[in-house]
Ligand binder design. Sequence first.
Ligand SMILES: NC(=O)c1ccc[n+]([C@@H]2O[C@H](COP(=O)([O-])OP(=O)(O)OC[C@H]3O[C@@H](n4cnc5c(N)ncnc54)[C@H](OP(=O)(O)O)[C@@H]3O)[C@@H](O)[C@H]2O)c1
Length: 279
Amino acid sequence: MTSTSRRIVADYTLPRGSGTKLNNELERFALNGKTVLITGASSGLGSHFARTVAAAGARTVLAARRLERLQQLQEEIRSTGGTACVLPLDVTDAAGVESAYDSAEVQSGGVDILINNSGVALVAPAVDISENDWDRLIDTNLKGAWLMSRGFARRAIARRTGGSIINITSILGRRVAKGVAPYCASKAALEHLTRSLALEWSPHGIRVNSIAPGYFDTEMNRDFLQSGPGQAMLKRIPQRRAGSLAELDGALLLLASDASSYMSGSTLVVDGGHLCSTL
Ligand SMILES: NC(=O)c1ccc[n+]([C@@H]2O[C@H](COP(=O)([O-])OP(=O)(O)OC[C@H]3O[C@@H](n4cnc5c(N)ncnc54)[C@H](OP(=O)(O)O)[C@@H]3O)[C@@H](O)[C@H]2O)c1
């Protein structure tokens, strides 16, 4: 060891007992004993979020329409010692959402944390979008998140348990791109809904926050990211790359856990600096 590296090690040696204090602080990020419902757990960000919260000790409720994919993920989580149940769910179906919560309560007890991750994209010039396509997107990305949040809050208020809701928005809710008008509008509205619900439900101990991801390689945008315009876009991100899913874990575990007990109505942007790129 050189004298410089010896000095650095000496400078960073923690005082006696501070390691225990740090461990206690980190325990606030754990999710042991919590039940987390993840919508859109059948692929992409949602599958990853389920693995992450399961590894942090939570029981997971995996919700989406494609049952087979949920069952595969359930097996994977169980094989690593985690707990998972599956919930076939279309977030646009109000009656289906209510019966899904009833079923989740039977399988896992009450839900403590809701991750509103289900979403769809549509790439088309605004003048060409049909009313049906507009409704499908807004119903999934915005109304679906509200239906899920309402079902969650009604139960948490009745049980007086409080809880945490995390809405997955997007940097496209902050700035716009061509050809994705309803998607941008849905994500901007979801970020604002986050603040409205945080205001209304804080007295009940329910925190509502959002994560606004930049670009992550999933089924939703893989074709775009591999295309010429997609590759050019990646070069405009200050970090010059898409994110990897694990880079969302810090924000997710912070907002899900007691470590963010004084946060509500916030949006954490995880985008490699994309929103700071020059206009
Ligand atoms: N990837 C990115 O770069 C990025 C960036 C910013 C924000 N986001 C957001 O992150 C979320 C996840 O996206 P992703 O990239 O992981 O895309 P993805 O792989 O296409 O996943 C979308 C998920 O939404 C579910 N879903 C769609 N319609 C649904 C419905 N009616 N009811 C229930 N579930 C439904 C799908 O499951 P089923 O088809 O099985 O129902 C699927 O699991 C979305 O809200 C997206 O807008 C993604």
